[in-house]
Design a protein around this ligand. Sequence first.
Ligand code: 7XF
Length: 396
Amino acid sequence: MTDTLDAGFATRAIHLGYEPRDALGALTPPLYLTSTYAQDSTDAYEQVRLGEREGYVYGRIRNPTQALLETRLASLEGAEAAVAAASGMAAISATLFSLLQDGDEIVVDQIVYGTAFTLFTQGLARFGVRAVFADFTRPETVAAAIGPRTRAVYFETPANPNLRLVDIAAISAIARGRGLLTIVDNTFATPALQRPLEHGADLVLHSATKYLGGHGDLLAGAVAGPARLIDAIRLQGLRYFTGATLSPFTAFLVLRGLKTLELRVARHSESALRVARLLREHAAVAEVHYPGLPDTPGADIARRQMSAGGGLVAFELEGGLQAGRRLMDSLKLARIAVSLGDPETLIQHPATMTHASYSAEDRERYGLSEGLLRLSVGLETPEDILADLRQGLDRL
Ligand code: 7XF
């Protein structure tokens, strides 16, 4: 539907790329559960294969339900194209395997999701790709880490798990000046709050398992960026490196999630701000990290590149790790669980859970404190979330 191309964010998330008239009037886009496609003739197959005729060949490469999701995600990120994958890690590995080769280096922020860190430190090393870690909150250290073999820079903002903020425009400018690609994992902010390509990044990654899906019932991932790079990621990364294509059924669920993304993220952000304020005022809490607090480190960066603070809050208790465990065990509404972006409020302890793959020395060196807790503020009635936290903190 071309007339929705320039429409607002939520309108595109709901309507873009689909016309009910083309599918018997079905209001909701059909779910195409098929692994392969019957071809009209041998000639027709050849034309589709060569890209001379529109059509589909095989489900690992393309599927119409998936294609609609890709169209919408690309638009929401302000990208030319997007490709969906079976998980966030599938999107990350397809991207890196497609863009890097033996002998290359990639400069990576020292604070990233734990399993991404393992892919950089252990996985890519087996294929001769070296990850060089730098503190991306200090762009000069990124510039210093770039060498003749560097091909790309990679970071998350807000970063998992401590929500530190990286200046997308500053890092992208350095990378561009040296002929490198800038890859940003936008999982925590989502395009509803932050669109990295508008600030100079080249590729945006997502774990769609989180806010994009939004209901804690699926795993999915995506990459958005220029068609030339997205084609490479689809035709190499997905087609023969990983084969980790998103199932059409899951694509259907992510499409459903996207329809309410803007609405959900606004509510997550409002409630998280209230949680951050409660935590900051409580005597048992030593430190609070939340991009929407005006005095959090990097708040000026958040103001420039995010339209609200998002749904995650990280904090440390006066009583450190032991108090953290006691708090987690005393909460009644918030569930102890990894993952984030679900309707349910979730709490986890990065040092033993999402970031256990960092060694204790790495955590110390990179400033990931042992007592840090990460809360994914859900969509429950805000007063109930606040009351749950208050009763847990008051017991400490
Ligand atoms: O492969 P997944 O869909 O689980 O996504 C991987 C991933 C990629 N980027 C970021 C910023 C992520 O946070 C994730 C997954 N993180 C979850 C978490 O931190 O709770 C995973 C649970 S172990």
